[in-house]
Structure formats: structure tokens, C-alpha cells
Design a protein around this ligand. Structure first.
Ligand SMILES: Cc1cc2nc3c(=O)[nH]c(=O)nc-3n(C[C@H](O)[C@H](O)[C@H](O)COP(=O)(O)OP(=O)(O)OC[C@H]3O[C@@H](n4cnc5c(N)ncnc54)[C@H](O)[C@@H]3O)c2cc1C
Length: 393
């Protein structure tokens, strides 16, 4: 009989394995892909943002008002300071950017993952890759493996199967169907932290790839400050992602190209004599609007107003006509997953004693900025520690 089984080798599963091993349990970790932590490595491609160093109140608020109390407890026990200390304890020095976002000095994920796996191996982790969990009955788990079907019957199990985006990295969300078939409530997956689709006119082609810096985007009650990138398919980037929940609800999207200037200040600048300058030079000179920023305003503001106060209103609230969010598989994360109603406050399935769920496969949502990984670490550790106390041999 297997003692403790962790299914899924992402950051949440590895953290659960660490907690179980440190508590003296014998742990087997199985992963469907040929290697561990593929999405974690991908997350490090553009800088592995591990957490956000900020006061706990605002940190927690970023997860939204409807955050489940169990998630709150997990994050309280393993929040930004703990993520930093844990990373550094692995020999990976870190730095915080100007907004508090914490990264390893190496920026990428591979040195941290290597150190982590070495630590887990040192604690006696047994791991199998290319083992795909396919189904279960009670505590009997079935796997497809290169050697054919295999069955494991653990004392305690932690599922860490991820969400439903970037399927090629492993998190394909297919587990949800088997969970639902077994009577476990799973909220439908939805794309989160994803760009919006915009059908650009031909005029925009030369601005593909151009960043819009220091902008603000509004959708419903959400205001997001940051950067967006004009891409062939629409608008992407850190400034756009936090709007996904409001956009999913059908809120209109508006763009403020000059969030640090009030309406009147913009109108006053626009009213300055233009002289012989073209309008675009005038906009560049008095408002410092880049060609891409001017182009996106012209794309959506028709007719182009002459009156400085009307034009000021236009550049401070460009109405972005879009056709919804990009497809789920492109999303950095997904909302939806195992409902907290199905779990007790240790993240154990109420109807499956000894079976825990962690990470992005749970039904929570958060913006980018390190909040995703922190929640995966925190839930992995929380469930791992509780699982370690369950049915000890
Ligand atoms: C491009 C990109 C950049 C990102 N950047 C950041 C960032 O900078 N900061 C941040 O906080 N977050 C970031 N994220 C999000 C972060 O990577 C995820 O939230 C995190 O990896 C989720 O961890 P997890 O362990 O829950 O799931 P995953 O990392 O998805 O791991 C789940 C594992 O389960 C395995 N699995 C699935 N089904 C089965 C099965 N049936 N049998 C066996 N194994 C299975 C999968 O192969 C996978 O290895 C980024 C994501 C992407 C795509």
C-alpha cells in the first residue's frame, strides 16, 4: 500500500509533497507529463513573479471579496513573507520590483525547481512521470502509464491537477469530468488573466507589438493601472488581465491614456496653440501621446473632435470595442474548479475522507502579480500538513 500519494507535479503538488515528507510520510508523486513543473517553468519565461510584498490587507483584497475563508486561512499561514523566506531557504536570492512584485534574482524558474526537486529527493520522494491519473473508486486510483494501466491504493491522497489552460503543459482540466461523475461539485472553468479580442482596422497593423504604458483600463467596478500591448489579436498584458472577471460579466471596456492628468488639465494642454504642427505632433508635444496611443484613440473615437474639452474626454475614456476574452487555453490562469462547498477547512473532500485538493484546480481567482503562485504554494502546504496527520501508519 502507498502511504501518501500526490497527483500532479506543479508548484501546489510539490508543496504538498514537501509538507508530507517533512512530517515523515512516505510520498509518491505522479505526473502525467514526461517532466515535472512544466507550467511553473513557463511562468518563469517572462520573470517568475513569486508573490507580492505588500501589507497583508491589500494582499488579501487582491483575491476578491468573495475569497473563501479557507483560502484566507491558507494565505495567512503562508503569505508573501513566507514565500520569500522559503525561496531564499532554497538558496535562491530574490528581489522586489518597484511595485513590490517579488522575483528570484535568476528571474527564471529552473534554478528554483532544480533546488526544490533536489530537496524533495533528499527527503525520499518517489516520483513517476508519464503516469496519467484516469479515474478512481474510493481510494483506489487508476493510471495510464507507458508500462500499461497501474493502480495505487494510498492511505492519503493530494490532488494537484491544475486548472484548464495551456493544456500542452499538462493542465488540461480533463480531471473535472471524472470529479463531477463522482458527485464532486466543480464550478465550470473560465479564462482569467487573459487578453481581449479586438478586430483592428488595417491602420493598426503597424502598431502590433507596441506597448501602451502608464495607462488605466476600466471595466465595471474594476480599475487597472499598468501596461497593455497591442497585438494582432487584440489587447494583452498586465494592465488588461485583472479586468477578466468584469469582462466575463459583459462590462464595457474603456481606456484612459492619461490617468495621471485630470480632464481639465488635458483640455488645457490641448487648447495650447498648435501653430503649424500637425495634430499628431501637437498631441505628442502637449500630451506626450505615443503614435500607438494616438492610433488606438483614433481607432475608436469617431468623429475625431476638434473641441479640446471633448477631445480630452475622448482620450481619457477611449471606448474599446472588443469581442470578448481570448480562448481559455491562452489564459495565464483559470477561474472555476473544485467548489469549496465540497471541501472541509483542511481542503479535504467531504465525501472522500483522506483525499485533498490544492492549487489552481480549486475554485478561486486572482490577478497576476505573484498572487497565483502564492495561493498554489499556500494551499499545497496547508493540505499537505493536514494530510500528513491523516491515517498515519
Ligand atoms: C505563461 C504563464 C506565466 C505565468 N506567470 C506567473 C507568474 O509570474 N506568477 C504567478 O504567480 N503565476 C504565474 N502563472 C500561473 C502559475 O504558473 C499557475 O497558477 C501554477 O502553475 C498553478 O500551479 P498548480 O500546481 O496548481 O498547477 P500546474 O502548475 O498546472 O500543475 C498541475 C500538474 O498536474 C499535472 N496533471 C494534470 N492532469 C493530470 C493527470 N490526469 N494525471 C497526472 N498529472 C496530471 C499537469 O501535467 C501539471 O504538471 C503563469 C502561468 C502561465 C501560463
Amino acid at each position: 500500500m502507498t502511504d501518501a500519494l500526490v497527483i500532479g507535479g506543479g508548484p501546489a503538488g510539490l508543496m504538498a509533497a514537501e509538507a508530507l515528507l517533512q512530517a515523515g510520510r512516505a510520498v509518491t508523486l505522479v505526473e502525467a507529463k514526461p517532466s515535472i513543473g512544466r507550467k511553473f517553468l513557463m511562468a518563469g519565461k517572462s520573470g517568475l513573479n513569486l508573490t507580492k510584498m505588500q501589507a497583508f490587507g491589500p494582499f488579501l483584497a487582491s483575491y476578491g471579496a468573495s475569497l473563501h475563508p479557507t483560502m484566507r486561512a491558507c494565505l495567512k499561514s503562508f503569505g508573501p513573507d513566507e514565500v520569500k523566506a522559503w525561496t531564499e531557504g532554497m538558496g535562491q536570492t530574490t528581489f522586489a520590483g518597484s511595485t513590490g512584485r517579488l522575483f528570484p534574482d535568476a528571474m527564471k524558474a529552473s534554478p528554483l525547481l532544480r533546488a526544490w526537486l533536489a530537496r524533495l529527493d533528499g527527503l525520499g520522494l518517489e516520483r513517476h512521470t508519464r503516469w496519467r491519473w484516469v479515474d478512481w473508486e474510493r481510494n483506489i486510483h487508476h493510471f495510464d502509464t507507458p508500462e500499461g494501466p497501474r493502480v495505487l491504493t494510498p492511505r492519503v491522497t493530494v490532488f494537484a491537477l491544475g486548472g484548464a489552460s495551456w493544456a500542452r503543459l499538462g493542465s488540461d482540466g480533463q480531471w473535472a469530468e471524472r470529479f463531477a461523475a463522482n458527485g464532486i461539485t466543480v464550478a465550470p472553468f473560465q479564462p482569467s488573466n487573459v487578453g481581449v479580442v479586438v478586430e483592428w482596422s488595417e491602420h493598426m497593423t503597424r502598431h502590433f507589438g507596441a506597448p501602451l504604458k502608464g495607462i488605466a483600463l476600466h471595466a465595471g467596478d474594476t480599475l487597472s493601472r499598468g501596461e497593455a500591448v497591442i497585438s494582432k489579436r487584440g489587447l494583452e498584458g498586465g494592465g488588461v488581465y485583472p479586468l477578466a472577471p468584469a469582462l466575463r460579466e459583459g462590462a464595457a471596456l474603456t481606456l484612459d491614456l492619461l490617468p495621471d492628468l485630470g480632464l481639465e488639465a488635458v483640455a488645457n494642454r490641448l487648447a495650447k496653440p498648435k501653430g503649424k504642427a500637425s495634430l499628431s505632433n501637437h498631441l505628442r508635444r502637449v500630451l506626450k501621446l505615443s503614435p500607438a496611443a494616438q492610433a488606438i484613440a483614433r481607432e475608436f473615437v469617431h468623429p475625431w473632435p476638434d473641441d479640446p474639452s471633448v477631445l480630452a474626454q475622448a482620450v481619457k475614456a477611449v471606448p474599446i470595442r472588443h469581442s470578448g476574452l481570448r480562448p481559455m487555453d491562452e489564459a495565464i490562469s483559470t477561474a472555476g474548479g473544485v467548489s469549496f462547498d465540497a471541501l472541509d477547512d483542511t481542503l479535504m473532500l467531504k465525501d472522500r475522507p483522506g483525499t485533498f485538493c490544492v492549487g489552481e484546480m480549486l475554485d478561486w481567482d486572482a490577478p497576476t502579480g505573484g498572487y497565483l503562485l502564492t495561493a498554489c504554494f499556500a494551499t499545497g502546504l496547508w493540505a499537505g500538513r493536514h494530510a500528513a496527520e491523516y491515517d498515519r501508519p
